[in-house]
Design a protein around this ligand. Structure first.
Ligand code: MSP
Length: 514
């Protein structure tokens, strides 16, 4: 069976999760579920980035030790993932022993093979960004851009990873295989950064300046640079067992556009090469959420709390909205009204109503049992062809990572089912015994379409899909697709429906408005 190692970025454990974090985890969870449905054996890894200056500083502000602080933050993140049905196979916190051991093992190996060397560094350092700055970052008036916060001049004895040694190899690799980065236009950003000679990467910090990190195994006065530590989470969490590096499944790393250059696009492949590990199959780079076209930021009061949204609209509506709204790879603007409108329209009115009306008519006209499907008449043939074609397009677009468009295609199947019911008017057919076959066809076709659609959309709205499938008498369990998918199901004649209930009940405020 084909395998896939699918990862998210690990979030900084210095504040509560926000919309950007939630989107990325929902996106990756959805991809994991989708791939499993396609029969791929997926290992889905997520986690928290718990070391470094930012965390140390945030902890100090609360008067807690860094460990106490990250323990509390990790509980917040885990609570949100549970609420949003983000279900990784492993959730790695970089303060765990298994990770510390792996990082130290990697450092010792690279040091022994001469890829990590000692050197002196003199330069300008941004405490906020935790990085050394170069003259090119300076503004024309000599000051540093505000994003870097306080900038100090430092001279330090440090250890360096020989990044420059791998530059030509990386450039060559990216030119040959631009699909390593999705969307491909982002590969150009990495290639652009590789135009000039890369300096070696400073991978340690003196303990005197930063205590909160993994100690170097060969120098007790230094701790590991947080990015070097964080990127290795993918190795620790690859399921290879403690400290072992020999096994590595094809990896797809889902990340945001801000951490492509240099971290994932340059440092990471060079680290893998130095370690003798195969390079990832793909970096899947998503864009940023904004609000009223501005960056989400606490200082402008622009933050969006995913927990509040999920509590108000339901986790599945939140998942559907972010995946339907954002073109993967591009930025999108968050708008709560649009979330509410998609919930009310596409989810409640189109999908929810389809189940409600077809289900209640089966209750009313067929004693709650799905009728066996008669041999299809012309209306049935056309309807089935429309739904199957929507499913095929959904699959194609999902596979090419155009998720928002894929959902649009799937909804064409939902809309076709509602239109078919309108056109056939089963409430009229039910009055005429001569139309019993047409009534059976209408109800059976609606149920079959619902089943096909709910099984596919389970990766996006897992709880609703499960509930909906149970209402239409299936177990609700999502198994891999049949070999000849998509095929019109013919097995549910005689199946008894469960209790039909609204999949997306009206919100209190919508009820008030009526
Ligand atoms: N800790 C590093 C990642 C290390 S991965 C080895 C980090 N953490 S972060 O908390 O700042 O960001 C975590 C993820 O959230 C990143 O992929 C980042 O791009 C993403 N997002 C942060 N803000 C975002 C938006 N406003 N919109 C969408 N995603 C955003 O970077």
């Amino acid at each position: 069976m084909k395998g896939l190692f699918l990862t998210t970025a690990i979030d900084y454990a210095n504040a509560k999760p926000h919309l950007g974090h939630a989107y990325e985890k929902v996106l990756t969870d959805m991809l994991a579920r989708f791939e499993r449905r396609k029969g791929v054996s997926v290992r889905f890894l997520s986690g928290l980035d718990e070391h470094g200056q930012k965390v140390q500083q945030s902890a100090a502000k609360t008067g807690q030790s860094p460990q106490q602080f990250v323990d509390a933050i990790s509980a917040e993140f885990l609570k949100l993932w549970k609420l949003l049905k983000v279900e990784p196979d492993d959730y790695l916190r970089t303060t765990e022993n298994r990770h510390r051991q792996l990082v130290q093992g990697v450092l010792a190996k690279l040091h022994a093979q001469g890829d990590i060397i000692k050197g002196t560094f003199k330069g300008f350092y941004s405490i906020r960004a935790e990085q050394f700055l170069t003259e090119k970052e300076r503004q024309p008036d000599g000051s540093w851009p505000e994003i870097y916060g306080e900038v100090v001049e430092l001279t330090e004895e440090n250890y360096f990873f020989k990044l420059s040694k791998y530059q030509d190899w990386l450039k060559d690799l990216l030119m040959k295989k631009p699909s390593l980065i999705f969307p491909e236009f982002r590969a150009k950003e990495v290639l652009g950064a590789l135009e000039k000679r890369l300096p070696d990467l400073c991978i340690s910090r003196p303990k005197s300046r930063l205590a909160w990190g993994i100690p170097l195994p060969f120098d007790e006065h230094q701790v590991t640079y947080v990015w070097f530590d964080a990127l290795l989470n993918y190795v620790t969490g690859s399921g290879t067992g403690e400290g072992k590096l020999e096994h590595w499944t094809p990896a797809v790393h889902v990340i945001g556009k801000d951490i492509l250059v240099p971290a994932h696009g340059i440092y990471w492949p060079c680290m893998l090469k130095a370690l003798g590990l195969p390079v990832f199959e793909q970096l899947l780079v998503h864009g940023f959420w904004t609000r009223k076209s501005e960056k989400l930021s606490k200082s402008t009061g622009n933050v969006v709390d995913p927990e509040i949204l999920a509590a108000k609209y339901g986790a599945d509506s939140f998942r559907y909205y972010v995946l339907r709204e954002m073109a993967l790879g591009h930025d999108a603007d968050f708008d709560e009204e649009s979330l509410a409108a998609r919930r009310k329209g596409e989810l409640a009115h189109e999908l929810g109503n389809l189940l409600q009306r077809a289900g209640s008519m089966i209750g009313r006209y067929r004693e709650g049992k799905i009728p066996a499907s008669p041999s299809p008449d012309a209306v049935s043939e056309a309807f089935r062809a429309t739904v199957l074609s929507a499913l095929r397009k959904w699959d194609e677009l999902m596979t090419s990572r155009q998720i928002h468009l894929a959902l649009g295609e799937l909804w064409k199947g939902v809309q076709a089912a509602n239109q078919m019911i309108e056109a056939r008017a089963p409430w009229k057919l039910a009055k005429d015994p001569a139309q019993a076959t047409a009534l059976d066809a209408t109800l059976a076709d609606a149920m079959a379409a619902l089943e096909l659609i709910l099984e596919e959309v389970a990766c996006v709205i897992p709880s609703t899909s499960h509930a909906g499938l149970q209402q239409i008498g299936s177990s609700g369990k999502i198994s891999p697709r049949e070999k000849n998918w998509p095929q019109w199901p013919s097995h549910h004649g005689g199946r008894t429906l469960g209790k039909i209930e609204p999949l997306f009940p009206s919100l209190d405020e919508e009820r008030r408005d009526r």
